[in-house]
Design a protein around this ligand. Sequence first.
Ligand code: MLT
Length: 535
Amino acid sequence: MRLRVIVAERISEEGMSTLGASLDVTEAFDVDRDGLLSAIAGYDALVVRSLTNVDRELIERGKKLRVVGRAGVGVDNIDVSFATSRGVMIVNAPESNVVSAAEHTMAFMLALARNLPAADRELRAGTWPEAKPHGVELLGKTIGIVGLGRVGSAVAVRAAAFGMGVVAYDPYVSDERFRTFGAEKLDSLDELMRRSDYVSLHTPKTDETYGMIGEREMSLARDGVRIINCARGGILNENALVTALESGKVAAAGIDVFDSEPVADHPFFRFEQVLVTPHLGGSTEEAQARVGSTVAEQVIEALSGRLPRYALNVPLTDVETLSHVEPFMPLTEALGSAFTQLFGLPTAGVEIRYGGEIARYRTELPTLSFLKGLLKPIEGDEVNLVNGRFLAEEKGIEFTESRTTDAGSFTNLITVRGRDGFRGTLSATLMAPGSFRMTEIGGFEVDVVPKGTVLIAWFDGGAVDEPGIVGRVGTMLGEAGVNISRMEVGREVIRGRAIMVVSPSGDVPAGAVELLEEHPGVSEVRLVRLADLTT
Ligand code: MLT
C-alpha cells in the first residue's frame, strides 16, 4: 500500500505531481484546523506552508506521522522539539526562495525611496505632481542588514550593486562571510541602528529574535530611517513601530510579515508611508515551483528511510563528510542493536569509539544510528534517527563518543563499551560499503558477519576446548532444526572461558536456545536478531 501525505496548504503543481508519483496525496487546502486534527491520524506525512500551526496537539494526533514538510524556510509554525521527541522528521526548502525574498526586499527599498505607492495613488486620483522631488536615491545610503544568512547576504550583494554602503550584524556567522558578501561587520545591533538609513531584517523568528527591534532600538536610529521586514512578523515590535511612525522617527516601512497571520486589518494600514504585502516574499512563480518540488522530494526521501538534505532535526553534515560516514551507519546500528540484545540496555552509560580513518570525520550521524540500534530492541519502530538521542537521554543513558587514529590491524574499528560498571563490549569493522565484520564480542576475538540471526553461547572455562565439542553442539543444533551456515569459537586462553557463535541460514526454531543452555559447560546463550545489513 502506498504511503499517504496530506497537503494542508497549496504548493506548486510540480510539487504535487512529484508527491503523487510515489505517494497517495490528499489536498486539504480548505480544511480548517479541526478537520486537520481529525484527519491527521491517517497520514504518514504532512506538508504545510506558514499558516498551519503544527503544534504538539497536531503532532500527537498524527499517530503514523513520520515527516512534516515545510514548503519554505521558516519553521516557527512547527513545534520542532516536540516533533523530534516523537521521531517526526522536519524537512524544509531553505534555498528555494532566497532570491525572491531578497528581490522583494529590494522592491520595498526602491518603492519606499521613491514613494511609489503615494505616486500611484495620487495619479489615479487625478493629481499630476508639480516638479517637486518625489523621493530619495539609494546611492550612497547605508543599509543595515540584521542577519547575514542566505537572504541577508543576497540583499547585501544587491544593495551594493545600487551603490549603497552595507553594514551587517550577525553574531552567528564568520568574519569570512562578512568579507565574502562585502558587508562591514558590526558588533552590536545598537551600532547598526545608529549607522543605517535603511534597516532590513533577515533573521528567523526565535525566542532570541522576537521583539529584537523595539522602542529602545528605534530610538537609537537615525531620524527618518526606513525599516523593512520580509523575514518574520514579531521580530519587529509592531506597537513600537506604530509609535515611531507617529513621531516621524521612522519615515517609512515595508512590511511583508505580521506578528499574527493572516491579517485583515492592522494598525499599520492607516499609515500612507507603510507599504504592506501579505507575506509575498517567497511567492514568485520560480520560487514556488522550486519550493514545491524541493519539499516534495525531501518528504519522499524521508519516507524512504534515506537522509533528506534539508532535514532540520537530524544533524546533517556536508556532502563530503556524509559520503565517508554514511556507509558506517548500518554497522553502528547493528552494533547498537546487538549490544542491547547481548548485554541489555546500558542504563549506566555507554561509549562508542571510532578508530582509524573514520575518526577523521564528524561522527554524529553514525552515533545517532548506534543509538537507534541500541533502543530498537526495546522501542521497536518508535525509535528512529530523529528521536534516538532524545529517547536515550530520557532513559538516562549517558553516552560518549570518542575518536582515535588507532584501529589495531584494521583500517577502521568501531568499539562499543558499557560504562560505569555496565558490562559488555563489541567491536566491528567496515571492510567495504555494505560489508561488515564483528571482530570482538565481550572481549573474545571473533569474525562474524552481523546479518540475520546469530546464536551466541558462552562456555565456562575449558568446556569448549574438549575435543569434539564443535561437532557435538553442531549435531545437537542440527537435530533441533537449526541449519548452520557458519560456526566459530572465540576463546580467552587455552581452556579458559570461550564463546561460540553460530550463524544459521534460516531462523532458529523454538526450543533450540533452551537446548543449548542445557549443554554441559554452557553458561549463557543469546539469540541476536539483526536486520539484513550487508549487501
Ligand atoms: C518562507 O518561510 O519560506 C517564506 O516566508 C515564504 C513562506 O512562508 O511561504
